[in-house]
Design a protein around this ligand. Structure first.
Ligand SMILES: Cc1cc2nc3c(=O)[nH]c(=O)nc-3n(C[C@H](O)[C@H](O)[C@H](O)COP(=O)(O)OP(=O)(O)OC[C@H]3O[C@@H](n4cnc5c(N)ncnc54)[C@H](O)[C@@H]3O)c2cc1C
Length: 425
């Protein structure tokens, strides 16, 4: 089964950004051509900075070109985990910043005229009463801070307007979230960054960095690129150049996605009549949506050990059939997997070193909107507006227990949460 995503195969005509013939002269080198790196490049190029993106594969080779396409507002953890670490003033900055995540995507879609199949409407769906209570708490917390996009749905009657499934007891319908074709969005940003003067280089892996006032980035063929400032934007795909303080605080989790062949208009109307994307509230959640070509794009099957046991397609199909029995035999067009970077507290981990290396990682499954926002915040920091970067980088992050064995330790820990979800506790 192909490991390339449906986005890559259905958007083969996307622009190429060749590896440069000459060593680029640059002030800021960005490692990673995903949403974080490209967003940072756009922010910096528009501010008139000389910026170069170095991407090991093609733009979108990592999570940004292989995710579920769900566009989620706010931070990826309970906001209380953030606010309790901050003064009231800084907590407000963090809250407003999180609330910009989706707005930034929509404003960039408009500003750069990006055709990325954006659609609004989202169901945060509860499988049992404890999850419904958790959603109620979230609604209360968010509304107290001024969020006005939730509509509470409880029971089959209320749910049936949005979803043709009996799997859920209720949901929060969120009109502030939605879904996109992520690779088209990313390429729209890349085109805008390039037009603003950013140099983007594909097939350009950085193998090491020699540190100092000016950093020297060594490519796979030994070519050296000098830059005073470096941004590490590789998240769960960062290879060779991660800092020790980053590695201990990030765990990669493998998630897989199945895209069916296009479904009939009638069937689509039965399954998801309002076109909302859906994510359930389990620790190892299912997330799905209908794309612009009427495919069901169904993700889930988180592997915390990153070992892929069994038949991924069969397992995703089984999960999909639990929600929509009518899809038990639906033909798969493509199945693929990718690495999600998570932190212990599910808050993105921002940081900088004394010698001007900046990083952000660990969007914990909410990166479609948060990574672009974080890239912009990194760009602001480099330009000289540190307000938001300072607040976010002041948040504490615990290393995952287990040191080099942190992935098995995480898998063990998650087994408890999966069991709890299965028992509906
Ligand atoms: C299967 C899956 C489903 C997901 N679903 C969703 C979803 O529905 N909604 C959501 O919000 N989030 C989702 N996510 C998470 C989201 O995709 C990520 O958080 C986001 O794309 C991270 O963007 P990024 O730019 O930081 O990293 P990436 O997009 O991973 O980009 C990092 C890039 O760095 C490059 N790189 C690494 N090391 C080097 C090096 N040494 N030299 C040069 N280049 C290098 C890699 O090649 C890669 O292209 C999902 C992720 C996966 C894998």
């Amino acid at each position: 089964m192909a490991e390339t995503s449906i986005y890559e195969t259905s958007y083969a005509q996307r622009r190429r950004y060749p590896r440069p013939d000459q060593v680029p002269q640059t002030d800021i080198a960005i490692i990673g051509g995903g949403l974080t790196g490209i967003s940072a490049a756009l922010t910096l190029a528009e501010a008139g900075r000389r910026v170069t993106v170095l991407e090991a594969g093609r733009v979108g080779a990592g999570g940004s070109g292989r995710n579920g396409g769900h566009l989620c507002q706010g931070w990826s953890s309970d906001f209380a985990k953030i606010s309790r670490q901050l003064s009231a003033e800084d907590a407000d900055i963090a809250w407003q910043t999180g609330m910009e995540a989706v707005d930034l995507v929509t404003s960039r879609i408009q500003a750069y005229d990006i055709d990325c199949e954006v659609r609004f409407g989202y169901l945060h769906a509860a499988l049992h009463s404890r999850q419904m209570r958790d959603l109620d708490d979230e609604q209360a917390e968010w509304e107290a801070r001024g969020y006005t996009h939730f509509i509470r749905l409880e029971g089959q009657d209320a749910m049936s307007d949005h979803i043709g499934s009996t799997a859920y007891v209720g949901a929060l319908h969120d009109t502030g979230c939605g879904h996109i074709q992520p690779l088209k969005y990313l390429h729209g940003l890349a085109a805008a960054a390039s037009a603003a003067g950013a140099v983007i280089c594909e097939d350009t892996p950085v193998r090491s960095i020699r540190r100092g006032r000016t950093k020297t980035l060594v490519l796979d063929d030994g070519t050296e690129i000098s830059a005073p400032t470096v941004l590490l934007c590789g998240n769960a795909y960062l290879a060779d150049v991660g800092l020790p303080e980053m590695k201990a605080k990030l765990a990669p989790v493998t998630s897989s996605v199945l895209a069916t062949r296009p479904l009939s208009e009638n069937l689509v109307k039965q399954l998801l009549p309002t076109g909302a994307a859906v994510a359930d509230c389990n620790a190892a959640l299912n997330y799905y949506r209908i794309d612009a070509d009427n495919r069901m794009v169904f993700g889930g099957r988180a592997s915390y050990s990153n070992v892929q046991f069994g038949d991924i397609e069969a397992d995703l199909r089984r999960r999909m059939a639990v929600v929509f029995p009518i899809l038990a035999e639906a033909e798969a067009e493509q199945v693929w997997s990718g690495r999600i970077g998570i932190t212990v507290n599910r808050i993105p981990h921002y940081g900088r070193t004394d010698d001007d290396i900046y990083f952000v990682q660990g969007f914990s499954g909410h990166g479609v909107a948060l990574s672009g926002l974080s890239g912009k915040i990194m760009g602001e920091e480099v330009i000289g507006d540190s307000t938001r970067f300072d607040v976010m980088s002041s948040l504490l992050h615990m290393p995952f227990p287990g040191g080099p064995l942190r992935t098995p330790a995480l898998a063990l820990g998650m087994a408890w949460f999966k069991l709890r979800d299965r028992l509906k506790l």
